[in-house]
Design a protein around this ligand. Structure first.
Ligand code: MV4
Length: 591
């Protein structure tokens, strides 16, 4: 029997690195962390048995620096590498480099990563295995006539997708013949810009699909099992927000055929280890979408309903052991829901909001699991994703898991950065979610964004014109021997937080006053968040209008436009492309 490695390097950060390290410790395996310059005190470093600096700030300089990570593997003597998700997890070249160094890659064979890495070869592979995607073309299309012909057979609407894409970028939907030519051009341009290849292909457009994905696991001996599905339909701009298992209302018969179909796809690409096959599900039918060749963020809901530690199984299978269970030993019990707790502001269009976490109180109790990558006193850096924690609840049925989630969300206390918690409370309380009437378009098209905003984030009307910004604080008072929590609005004072530079504090007051819509509009355009300047859009002497974008700022992989709050003439531009700015820093002055 092959033996488990006794030292594993985790080429990742945040909650997933911590999660992998926990299982390593349970199995008596030493864990090795790598960390960037901003992650010296990060939680994953504290959880590891050893940690190696890889330098750098951005992902490219650090967790995507092949040489630095290979060097840490060599120095630590780790016998295996777990990539987590993101970063190198679906990089066949890195997987080959690891194997080439005589180290175990805890993931699928590089060839399987490649086959499932683009739409063209993955759809072909699935189709050859008898698993169909949404009816469409297997070859790229070039001329509008090909779309007309396709629509003649399948009807409108037609989806035009990037052949080498994935993750939802660059899809165009056409509803009529006269929109075809322009949509094709636009899809081609976006495909080129996002994926470096302009090829596009066609599918019938499904109007109300649910995103349902199947967890599979294969070992090196040819055994394969499916562990049940996850419904990930609650998404925003292709970012999942809530996941659950089982998918509400999915007939058992469909689950079984979906599981078998997923295993056919896995077999066809020579898959080994944990993987996920994504489907669109509509009107009782499911269609292959893509395969994720990694452990996913939402794997925990599957762990809670099956009782199986997927990371432990990954380690065993990577060491060459057979799967520790067979299909008929997998029992799914009850229901699990996961909410992604991101450092984002639901009140500002879910804008990323990195910064210092001043309070981080985790929920607890029966059926509650918190996988966090942060704690109080740690900062969410601007350079990586904004997932602070995953909150997962289990219950004997969907309604119990949902109510338990609302209870756990009410216990979660995060201060210093805004979070998605208030949005989750609203979504889980929404009648459409309660009744499981949601689809992939529900959150963006049917939920009123105003309901997702924290109820206490605004200072009372009329107070924002003062010199100082006010913040809400809850103070306990006793009236006649009964305890009440009273909310009061007090001048902002960084309580318990390390003193920040006066310039930053001034700036922050301005920017928060601005975000609340100071009537006259500020003459200072301040940065709403930490980030890097991509572009300045105005120069000294330019005339600007209210709401005009003056600077493009990148934070956590997203570009944001920073707008002028008043009209006037630009008198100063204080930043240049490449500059790093903090929340509240003045970018442009208008007079
Ligand atoms: C579709 C579709 C409807 N019909 N394809 C978006 C992400 C990408 N991986 C596939 N996507 C979709 N493809 C056809 N033929 C609707 C979506 C879609 C979607 C899919 C899964 C999860 C969320 C989504 C949100 C919007 C659109």
């Amino acid at each position: 029997m092959p033996s488990l490695p006794d030292k594993v390097l985790i080429a990742n950060r945040g909650e997933i690195a911590v999660r992998v390290m926990r299982t390593c410790r349970e199995l008596g395996i030493r864990s090795v962390a790598v960390y960037s310059d901003v992650d010296r005190d990060a939680l994953h470093v504290l959880h590891a048995d050893e940690a190696y600096a890889i330098g750098g700030l951005t992902a490219a300089e650090s967790y995507l620096n092949t040489e630095a990570i290979l060097d840490a593997i060599a120095r630590s003597g780790a016998q295996a590498v777990h990539p987590g998700y993101g970063f190198f997890s679906e990089n066949a070249e890195f997987a080959r480099a690891v194997a080439g160094a005589g180290v175990i890659w805890i993931g699928p064979p590089p060839r399987a990563i490649e086959l499932m890495g683009d739409k063209v070869t993955s759809r072909r592979t699935a189709s050859a295995a008898g698993v169909s995607g949404v009816p469409g073309t297997l070859d790229p299309v070039e001329h509008p006539e090909e779309v007309f012909e396709f629509a003649g057979v399948h009807g409108y609407p037609v989806a035009i997708k990037a052949a080498f894409g994935g993750g939802g970028r660059g899809m165009k939907v056409v509803w009529e013949e006269k929109a075809v030519a322009e949509a094709m051009e636009s899809a081609r341009r976006e495909a080129q810009a996002y994926f470096g290849r302009p090829e596009i292909y066609l599918e019938r457009y499904l109007e109300r699909p649910r995103h349902i994905e199947m967890q599979i696991f294969c070992d090196t001996q040819g055994n394969g099992v499916f562990l049940g599905e996850r419904d990930c339909s609650v998404q925003r701009r292709h970012q999942k927000l809530i996941e659950e298992s089982p998918a509400a209302g999915l007939p058992e018969e469909t689950r079984q055929s979906m599981g078998k179909a997923a295993l056919e796809v896995a077999r066809a690409c020579g898959y080994v280890n944990a993987g996920t096959v994504e489907f669109l599900y509509q009107d009782g039918e499911f269609y292959f979408l893509e395969m994720n060749t990694r452990l996913q963020v939402e794997h925990c809901v599957t762990e809670l309903v099956t009782g199986i530690d997927l990371v432990a199984e990954q380690l065993r299978v990577a060491a060459g052991e057979p799967l520790s269970f067979t299909q008929d030993l997998i029992e799914r019990r009850g229901h699990a829901i996961e909410c992604r707790i991101n450092a984002e502001d639901p009140a500002r269009n879910f804008q990323p909001a990195p910064g210092l976490i001043t309070r981080f109180e985790r929920p607890d109790g029966f059926g509650v699991r918190t996988d966090a990558g942060y704690a109080a006193g740690l900062a969410v850096p601007q350079y990586y994703d904004n997932l602070m924690a995953k909150l997962v609840t289990w219950g004997p049925d969907r309604e119990s898991a949902r109510r338990r989630m609302l209870r756990a969300l009410s216990e979660f206390g995060i201060e210093g950065v805004p979070s998605t918690i208030p949005a989750h409370v609203a979504l889980l309380s929404h009648p459409d979610f309660v009744e499981a009437r949601h689809s992939t378009r529900w959150l963006e098209e049917e939920v009123d964004p105003a309901t997702l905003v924290p109820p206490t984030s605004e200072a009372p009307a009329g107070t924002e014109q003062g010199a100082e910004a006010l913040v809400a604080r809850t103070v306990p008072v006793e009236v006649d021997g009964r305890r009440f929590d009273v909310k009061v609005w007090l001048p902002e004072e960084p309580e318990g937080a390390p003193p920040s530079a006066p310039a930053t504090r001034r700036g922050r007051s301005r920017s928060s006053a601005g975000s609340r819509g100071a009537p006259a509009g500020s003459d200072m355009v301040a940065s709403p968040m930490q980030g890097t300047i991509v572009k300045t859009l105005v120069s000294v002497g330019d005339r600007v209008e209210v709401g005009q974008a003056v600077v493009v700022l990148e934070a956590m992989k997203m570009e944001n436009h920073v707008n002028a709050e008043r009209a006037g003439t630009v008198s100063e531009v204080r930043v240049a492309p490449g500059d790093t700015v903090g929340t509240g820093d003045v970018l442009v002055v208008i007079s």
